[in-house]
Design a protein around this ligand. Sequence first.
Ligand code: ADP
Length: 346
Amino acid sequence: MKIAVINSGSSSLKCKLFEMPSKKMLTQKEIQKIGEENSHIHSHAEALEALEINFSDVDVIGHRVVHGGEKLQKSCIIDAQVVEIIQDLIPLAPLHNPANLEGIKALKEKMPNIPQIAVFDTAFHASLQKEAFIYALPYELYEKYDIRRYGFHGTSHAYLTKEAAKILQKPLEELNIITLHLGNGASACAVKNGKSMDTSMGFTPLQGLVMGTRCGDIDPDIPLFLERELGLSAEEADNLLNKKSGLKGICGENDLRAILLREDEHAQLALDVMIRRIQKYIGAYMVMLERVDAIIFSGGIGENSTYVREHVMDNAIIKNIQSLVIQTNEELEIANECYRIIKSRR
Ligand code: ADP
């Protein structure tokens, strides 16, 4: 079975082709700068043509979709109703869901007869219980406006969980781990008996760990202060917290490789704040899980930076836990999901 995995971003379209069940990756292509000023690619439909991928022998197309909300908690075949729900969720993921829909629409138009499957970043966290996902806000904000913790990077945390079970030779249902997806975006997940029990990202991907340019956890009064005292608009505050904070906010850049080469105070402080935050989550999750089989490092930083891994583990309590480095593969996890769904239908 041939599976095309599509990751459609606001200005990029990435495609990987897999042969299943061998999991062999056949092709990998990417178009960037869609719709940008000096780009000759104006839309996702044009990007799809520019990819020059022969879809005629593809059996199924899998799409990464960032937000599935409460209605779409499992990977599913995309029909008109699913498209409508993804559309309805745009207010919760204003940057991502529209871009994901562009990809879905472009492929539906080009290849109307190939089944398409949506795999959601939020789905792995559907197992969160209410005490993990309800914010201490007026309850009607949850009931009326769906304001709650959703969590993201779920496809990665799910993949890491399955890989860790294989490495540790433990049944998934008995596996308790803490997965750390540390890339430009970063999140931690407490996995109990193979399921997500808690995760650091929240209503949006802004909450939790210190990221490349996102602040992660802050006092919720800070954006209000920025608006009240500095006169920032909601949009400006959003931009400051999402694009100008995190490692970049503290030391001026977000590329960890460059930060590690610097010897100045701000670079060191950015590393220290990021590492302290990761340890804080590990500590909290250790208490919640009661038994932790392993801490999993992944993502560009988790996979490659010995400095970050060693400093996170350099703690009298944390160092007693086994740590593993696992290369994440969200596209393969999406292909696995597609294969599972199509096989179960046949
Ligand atoms: P994204 O969230 O954009 O997918 P990645 O998972 O690719 O991000 O991670 C990007 C981060 O990983 C960057 O901060 C980059 O500097 C860091 N990184 C990549 N390779 C290395 C390396 N060899 N050593 C340290 N950091 C690295």
